[in-house]
Design a protein around this ligand. Structure first.
Ligand code: TYD
Ligand code: MG
Length: 459
């Protein structure tokens, strides 16, 4: 009979197909179709009913008469996390926090629970760790937790019953992939289960008005495991980035209905949990090698904040006909473009060399304003000429080798001056209408060739 057949669901986008496919028709992902039992019709309707957001009858109003609701925000006790959220956790919002295993999600949530618990009732659902493990971690972090209610449970019905009893202000679910609904025939962790349980939490949160933070695992490619729809259902998606081997962690907002998506929060993992890094530039510049060719400082605007980092280039001769190129922290294609411009406009022979690029500290740059630093770092390594330590380079590189203007120059120069830089290579266009002055000498350049001359003069 038709109803008894299994179905195949894409673990990326939730697309349902009656037969198995190597590639999902809807999102194009490979090897993502997993076999699941079909949802019986009654179960589906009861689940839908349970998830339906109650709220009486709605009426349409004109935009002009609509009143802006007041958003109340709670501070999480960590300025860096508040910043990514857009100024604190909005009451009644649903936030998805994703990241690789072991990066520090549970640690961060335990720490913010302690801060939020000072004035609010926090409920921490753990489907991964036992109460003992949670207690051990909280002791390590020095948290007492009088107002934090722990529940180690994975059945959504039992969880929601307990939530109704405790009536928390903030609910933390660690992690959504471990929660299952016994009504659904699919196995725990499957797309259908994750979707259903997330919907149930979101509905309960919106009806009762508590805030929810869901933890989501990431898959091999770095996306949030489970259906993409999860991202559409929540108010904010925050991603934890960083290397487990390194101590620095960056939280980035991928989506935020209550704030900017450009802000990043920087943390350091210590033996007492995550500590905020309010001055990322200082952290990124600490231990900078001095007088070494191939290094150049740059300033990138992350959200509203200028961050100074350093780019390192290593250009080494190769005997192979197709040289190696690797780029860490900057766009691979952007590196090729800059190399092509340097090769063509300056006649530098990069094609006979391997090129390795790395942005220090695991920062990901997607700003063209870093072009000039990338170009200078590569030239410096190729020619073995040092770029002075007190010099910072700003500017976008055009295809004709011209140096194009950058946005927010004042903010960038201010940060550079604060960190002790005394000279800045800036696009000439930016200096035409300048009326503010900083403690930093400006070196206006029109083309990459100008920038090169400036450096040579200082040798
Ligand atoms: P965890 O928060 O459990 O990661 P996730 O929930 O994202 O899987 O923790 C991660 C790592 O952090 C773990 O390897 C141990 C380390 N850690 C510290 O270095 N210091 C600490 O104070 C704590 C609690 C953990
Ligand atoms: Mg965890």
């Amino acid at each position: 009979m038709k109803g008894n057949k299994t179905i195949f669901v894409c673990s990326e986008c939730g697309y349902v197909s009656p037969k198995w496919m190597g590639k999902c028709q809807a999102c194009g992902a490979w090897n993502t179709m997993t076999e699941e039992a079909p949802t019986p019709p009654q179960a589906k309707s009861s689940a839908v009913k349970r998830n339906a957001i109650a709220g009486g009858v709605s009426h349409a109003v004109t935009l002009s008469t609509y009143e802006i609701p007041e958003y109340f925000r709670d501070s999480t006790g960590m300025g860096e996390f508040d910043r990514v959220l857009g100024g604190g956790l909005v009451d009644g919002s649903v936030v998805l926090l994703s990241g690789e295993p072991g990066i520090g999600k549970s640690t961060l949530l335990m720490q913010i629970s302690a801060a939020l618990g000072e004035s609010k009732k926090v409920m921490y659902i753990s489907g991964e760790e036992s109460g003992g493990q949670l207690k051990l971690r909280s002791r390590r972090l020095g948290i007492v937790g009088d107002n934090i209610y722990l529940l180690t449970e994975t059945n959504i019905d039992s969880i929601l019953a307990e939530v109704d009893k405790i009536k928390p202000d903030i609910l933390i679910v660690d992690s959504i992939q471990t929660i299952y609904s016994p009504e659904s025939a699919s196995s725990p962790g499957s797309v259908t289960q994750v979707k259903e349980c997330a919907l149930a939490f979101i509905a309960r949160s919106k009806n009762t008005g508590f805030s929810t933070i869901l933890v989501g695992h990431v898959n091999k490619e770095g996306g949030i495991a489970g259906p993409k729809v999860l991202e559409h259902m929540v108010d904010a998606v925050l991603c934890f980035e960083g290397d487990r081997q390194q101590t620095y962690r960056i939280i980035r907002a991928v989506k935020n209905r209550y704030g900017s998506t450009n802000e990043i929060g920087v943390f350091e993992m210590t033996d007492k949990g995550l500590e905020e890094v309010p001055n990322p530039s200082e952290m990124l510049l600490a231990g900078r090698p001095k007088d070494t060719p191939g290094n150049c400082a740059l300033c990138s605007i992350e959200g509203t904040r200028p961050i100074i980092a350093e780019i390192q280039a290593l250009v080494t001769p190769t005997v192979f006909p197709s040289p190696r190129r690797t780029a860490n922290g900057i766009d691979y294609n952007r590196m090729y473009l800059i190399l092509a411009v340097l090769e063509k406009r300056l006649g530098l022979r990069f094609s006979a060399n391997d090129v390795y690029l790395n942005v220090i500290g695991g920062l990901e740059l997607d700003e063209p304003a870093a072009d000039m630093s990338v170009a200078l770092a590569m030239i410096s390594s190729l020619t073995d000429k040092v770029i002075p330590d007190d010099l910072i380079a700003l500017g976008e590189l055009g295809l004709s080798g011209e140096c194009r203007a950058v946005s927010n120059l004042d903010a960038r120069l201010h940060e550079a001056a604060r960190l002790g830089f005394t000279r800045a290579v800036v696009p000439y266009r930016n200096t035409e209408r300048r009326n503010r002055d900083f403690d930093i000498e400006l070196i206006p350049v029109k083309t990459i060739y100008d920038a090169l001359r400036v450096l040579k003069k200082q040798e």
